[in-house]
Design a protein around this ligand. Structure first.
Ligand SMILES: Cc1cc2nc3c(=O)[nH]c(=O)nc-3n(C[C@H](O)[C@H](O)[C@H](O)COP(=O)(O)OP(=O)(O)OC[C@H]3O[C@@H](n4cnc5c(N)ncnc54)[C@H](O)[C@@H]3O)c2cc1C
Length: 339
């Protein structure tokens, strides 16, 4: 393990902001992680654990330490007649994993194809798309506990998964470094077709009973048509979470805005489409210097080139103020803003 001083992380954050970390290292062995953490403790450095950098808004200078967990491997631990438990290193690429499991005939994650980032970050915000959340196939994980200074196993219940939420993002933020994740997958394919856009897309192709490969391909096609690739336009996917409101608040909004886009959440609550609210408030395609709102999807904020976190957060704040004054709904930023 070797620290790199003043490391350039421009290529390691999907906004493509020019970012320098005071001290940076990569680890794939537990003794390397322990050595790095000793240095962190000794110097009193603040610490950021970095995955693929696709859900972060990083400022120009990152003080203290940044550690990338690079653990690799996709290993079948249990292989029953119709299900399997697979353990995956935190440093594996998420989309590659989805493709690999498909090749292995193991199903459950195909709706989550093409989400950027690493496996280790997937539990942090319980990634979700097209009617599926990572927690639907989650078994357990191994993490380094910074409090007890050792590896621990955490079950799904202990991880407290919610909508774009978990223990790692809320009450125990910064305590655990995820080392490997175990998924419970099925060898029998049961398509999840609750997302209207996916069903419509498949129907347009004349597919009513899709195979897992067809669902995977449809999700990839839809995503590529809707979302900008960070390799071309810097972004972090959805910039705001979809706000969840009570049924009473939803019905009162529905009286005023008959076209409001919303989905039934748990009993008594509705999830409003944040993209619709931002679009209605007039922000779609808005450019503010080097940053802006993507012209094909109002939920995505972009770096047009040369932008930084200050400009982006200023724009985000104007957007949420205007949505709040128009609809009385508070927007919450989805990516982590660091430091
Ligand atoms: C174009 C685009 C589309 C996207 N679409 C979706 C989508 O459909 N659904 C969705 O849910 N998200 C989506 N995202 C967001 C993002 O891809 C996911 O949140 C992804 O899981 C982030 O992975 P990462 O490795 O890049 O994490 P990073 O951005 O590096 O880190 C995210 C958070 O996880 C923490 N973290 C990372 N690795 C570890 C670890 N090993 N242990 C502990 N903490 C760790 C970091 O400290 C940080 O707090 C999208 C992003 C982009 C750019």
């Amino acid at each position: 393990m070797q620290w790199q001083n003043n490391a350039d992380l421009t290529a390691q954050n999907s906004f493509g902001f020019s970012v320098t970390a005071e001290h940076y290292c990569k680890v794939d062995q537990i003794d390397q992680l322990e050595d790095a953490l000793k240095d962190v403790e000794e110097h009193g450095w603040p610490l950021l654990v970095l995955g693929g950098g696709s859900n972060l808004v990083l400022s120009e200078k990152i003080p203290g330490a940044v550690i990338s967990v690079m653990t690799q491997g996709v290993n079948v631990l249990v292989d029953d007649e119709d299900s399997a438990i697979v353990e995956v290193g935190a440093g594996e690429n998420w989309h590659d994993l989805v493709g690999q499991l498909l090749q292995m005939g193991l199903h459950g994650l195909e709706n989550l194809a093409l989400i950027p980032g690493n496996v280790g970050a997937a539990p942090v915000q319980n990634i979700g798309a097209y009617g599926v959340e990572m927690s639907d196939c989650f078994h357990s994980l191994t993490a380094y506990d910074m409090q007890t200074k050792g590896l621990v196993q955490l079950s799904a219940e202990e991880c407290r998964f919610g909508y774009r939420d978990s223990l790692f993002k809320s009450i125990e933020k910064g305590r655990y470094i995820i080392w490997s994740v175990r998924f419970c997958l099925s060898s029998i394919f049961k398509p999840v077709l609750t997302y209207r856009g996916l069903v419509d897309y498949l129907a347009e192709q004349g597919i009513n009973q899709p195979s897992s490969h067809q669902v995977y391909k449809a999700v990839c096609d839809i995503r590529m048509s809707k979302l900008p690739s960070p390799a071309i336009i810097g972004n972090a996917g959805s910039f705001f979470e979809n706000p969840v409101v009570s049924e009473a608040d939803f019905l009162s909004l529905k009286l005023r805005y008959q076209n409001i886009v919303a989905f039934k959440d748990r009993a008594g609550f509705y999830k409003l489409a944040a993209g619709w609210l931002i679009d209605q408030a007039g922000w779609k395609g808005h450019i503010a210097g080097s940053v802006g709102v993507y012209d094909q999807q109002a939920l995505v904020l972009i770096n047009k080139g040369g932008g930084d976190s200050v400009a982006l957060l200023a724009l985000a704040s104007k957007i949420s103020d205007s949505v709040e004054s128009a609809f009385g709904v508070k927007l919450k930023i989805e990516p982590r803003v660091y430091p």
